[in-house]
Design a binder for this molecule. Structure first.
Ligand SMILES: C[S@@+](CC[C@H](N)C(=O)[O-])C[C@H]1O[C@@H](n2cnc3c(N)ncnc32)[C@H](O)[C@@H]1O
Length: 323
């Protein structure tokens, strides 16, 4: 089937639709990318004109059924286990020990939200590392949520069977321990799947749950226009427990954003890492350590890499943009 090329008028209509459906900004230089992505879906449907596909996804009885396929086609799902190696080093070296200490004096297990989780690799990486490093009793209290706007990615996440590419950065001992190779790919063991749940969620909507110790908001902000970036950050910060951390990866420099309504609630830790203040100007660890009877405080933990809040002098996320 020969498709007519996408015109700029057709591109503009689709770009507006994409912005409305998922907040993703499509600049005109993405015309070829968008037209290739839609072509695959259109050829499955036997459609040879972009105009016909636009009608299919916006009007008539089949439109709402087509919408998830459209969202799947236009979103970028690239992900793999142990993406952002340094982030996972910090996770293992800083956050897991902190949660382990907290578990000695409080029953609350770590709660993690992998927002825009795609096919689940990020959420399951967190599960594998927690299983490796937390004592057994604590593991029963771990709660990991993976969410995405794309239903087909969530179905893939729940199936937890991955190809060579997805597991290519998994250290060999962990691959042997946590995956079973099969003709379908590498199947994640049930023990690593158990603490992880998945649900559909649009980052522009409030999450109807909160109290997370860590929100991973990686490799998604760059697709959004500025109001949507700010909205997504506000939603993530709102879902964090006081003292909880926000990881945005190394291609989502949220400290360059203008003031979002949650900016004043966040402390810049290092590139890609932020921490929610307990209250205006007070960071979380000192209280967590004090509760655990550990007097070392946050300076020692972070090797003086950041400003430390003492009684209201914390540098906020907005200050971080000036460094
Ligand atoms: C590149 S993947 C990132 C996966 C993972 N976080 C990582 O860093 O490896 C981006 C994901 O964002 C999702 N996404 C796009 N717009 C979204 C929105 N408005 N709300 C929630 N998820 C969205 C896409 O469906 C896609 O799976």
């Amino acid at each position: 089937m020969t498709l007519t090329p996408m015109s700029m008028t057709e591109f503009d209509r689709f770009a507006r639709l994409i912005e409305a459906c998922c907040g993703i900004h499509m600049p005109p230089d993405k015309l070829a990318l968008l037209s290739n992505r839609l072509r695959r879906r259109m050829s499955l449907l036997g459609l040879d004109a972009f105009e016909a596909y636009y009608r299919r996804v916006t009007a008539g009885p089949g439109a709402s059924a087509e919408l998830p396929h459209f969202i799947n086609a236009v979103t970028t799902h690239e992900t793999y286990f142990f993406r952002h190696e340094s982030m996972w080093r910090q996770f293992t070296g800083e956050l897991i020990p902190r949660w382990a200490r907290r578990l000695t004096c409080s029953p609350a297990g770590p709660r993690i939200w992998s927002a825009a989780s795609s096919s689940g690799e990020e959420a399951y990486t967190a599960a594998i590392l927690l299983l490796e490093h937390l004592p057994d009793a604590a593991l029963r209290r771990v709660d990991i949520l993976g969410s995405d706007i794309c239903a087909s990615m969530l179905a893939k996440a729940k199936a937890a069977v991955y190809d060579d590419y997805a597991v290519s950065r998994v250290p060999k001992p962990l691959l042997d321990r946590w995956f079973a190779p099969s003709s379908a790919g590498f199947r994640l063991h049930d023990a690593a799947r158990a603490p992880v749940r998945f649900r559909l969620h649009d980052l522009r909507d409030n999450l109807d749950e909160g109290g997370f110790d860590l929100v991973l908001l990686c490799n998604v902000l760059m697709y959004f226009d500025m109001p949507t970036k700010i909205r997504a950050i506000d939603v993530a910060v709102e879902a964090l427990a006081p003292g909880g951390h926000l990881y945005v990866g190394n291609v989502d420099p949220i400290h360059t954003l203008p003031r979002s309504s949650s900016a004043a609630a966040m402390e810049y830790v290092r590139p890609g890492v932020y921490q929610k203040l307990l209250q205006s100007g007070v960071i979380g660890e000192k209280v967590a350590f004090a509760q655990a009877g550990d007097e070392r405080g946050v300076d020692a933990e972070f090797g003086g890499e950041r400003l430390v809040a003492t009684g209201g002098a914390a540098a906020s996320l907005t200050d971080a943009g000036r460094r």
